[in-house]
Write a new protein. Structure first.
Length: 410
């Protein structure tokens, strides 16, 4: 091995130290030119050169402190039978995927030199035109281009992962199944985790063959990806059990079994609210498992909370708990609002003020209903006002859904 250190006299913060590995079989050394040292001084770059006379030696010298590799395209390939003139370059590119690479060729081989760049080299140099200044500049530019390329690759990979995660999380959000129902549905979902589409809150709405509309909303304690995954499992389990004909206490007892099997620790629990609306739309069964009671707004009356005295504990807290199903009258035309505690646990007037609470939420919804808001507009306005009252972003997940019946029928 012939190692030549080129040390300039430039001082200060502008000087850059670079290591170049030259792979060429000229015993005299193609870069043994006195101008190179002077050029390094002039442009503020100190270049240390290592030389390898074949690809085997190059592989041994290609350490992490090498910034750039200069490959002589006239080198024989790694195998004696290689007919590809770019075989040495391709071999180096495979060995050094994170290093900048320059191709060295004769000026008569301009086409081959251009092909070397298309194959993956950062640039090419002609042997007859080579001097110290040109080489030093080419090394610096090649290193910077390689770094820029690496940054672009990482950004592209990051964007791809984000897109894939977004598609996955969107696919995990429910698609309400309400075909044949005269009820209108709206939902608003906002995870507390930054840059996430899915949190520990979950909801679903389906219509079973007998015409009953079943709605559910729940909240897994915690805010991380594990809680989000558990929320998805519980939602899917609820839909399957509902279509299997389970309702009320039987459904919630089975949901608790699912939670106990799937949770990571015994400290994990989930609150749940289920509503099953009769085919005529005038009555509903309500079950609460440690969850806030829904709000109902009947035509011509102010909104109020549905009864919640008979609720049971959150799922996962008591092994033999029971969840009574309470029958409630809805009337002819109504709006039913189901929500998670993220909607009511924000502050009522900025940091340090009391929580908004259920009473504050009811007052807020009544103002918005009086302003004529319904459906998606109502939910968007409610979440926006809650954030404004809180004095900034909410730290908890928020899920809120609305079911509306506009007309009375027999």
């Amino acid at each position: 091995m012939d190692a030549t250190a080129m040390t300039g006299t430039v001082t200060g913060t502008d000087r850059t130290d670079l290591t170049l590995l030259v792979v060429e079989d000229d015993p005299a050394g193609v870069l043994a030119v006195p101008e190179l040292l002077d050029a390094a001084d002039a442009i503020g770059t100190r270049v240390r050169i290592r030389t390898a006379r074949n690809l085997t030696e190059a592989e041994r010298l290609l350490t992490d402190d090498v910034h750039c590799v200069l490959v002589d395209l006239s080198l024989p390939g790694p195998r004696a039978a290689d007919a590809d003139p770019l075989a040495p370059l391709r071999h180096i590119l495979r060995l050094a995927p994170r290093h900048a690479v320059l191709a060295l060729a004769a000026s008569a081989d301009a086409e081959l030199a251009a092909e070397a760049v298309r194959v993956g080299a950062q640039d090419h140099l002609f042997r007859e035109e080579l001097d110290g200044r040109l080489l030093s500049r080419a090394i610096r530019y090649a290193v910077e281009r390689k770094r820029a390329d690496a940054v672009q690759v990482k950004l592209a990979e990051s964007r791809l992962r984000a897109q894939e995660n977004a598609r996955l999380e969107r696919g995990l959000l429910p698609t309400p199944l309400l075909e044949g129902s005269d009820l209108r549905f709206a939902a608003h979902y906002r995870p507390g985790r930054s840059r996430a589409l899915l949190g520990g809150d979950f909801y679903d709405v389906v219509r079973t063959p007998d015409g009953t509309v079943h709605a559910m909303i729940g909240d897994v304690c915690g805010h991380g990806p594990d809680e989000a995954a558990l929320g998805v499992e519980l939602r899917i389990a609820w839909r399957a059990l509902t279509f299997a004909g389970l309702c009320g206490d039987e459904l919630l007892s089975t949901m608790q079994q699912v939670l106990e099997h799937e949770r990571e620790s015994e400290e994990i629990f989930a609150t749940l609210c289920t509503v099953d609306i009769a085919p005529d739309g005038r009555r509903a069964g309500l079950c609460l498992a440690g969850h806030p009671s829904p709000l109902i707004a009947r035509q011509g009356r102010v909104a109020r909370l549905l009864p919640y005295e008979d609720g049971g504990p959150a799922l996962g807290l008591l092994p033999r708990a029971r969840w009574p199903r309470r029958q409630v009258e809805l009337g002819g035309a109504w709006s039913l609002l189901m929500y998670t505690d993220g909607l009511i646990e924000g502050r009522s007037a900025g940091p340090g003020s009391p929580r908004l609470g259920q009473d504050g939420m009811v007052d807020m919804i009544n103002r918005q209903l009086a302003a004529g808001l319904r459906g998606d507009e109502l939910l968007e306005a409610a979440v926006t006002e809650v954030r404004s009252l809180n004095g900034g972003e909410l730290t908890d997940d928020v899920a809120v859904l609305a079911l509306e019946r506009d007309r009375a029928r027999g």
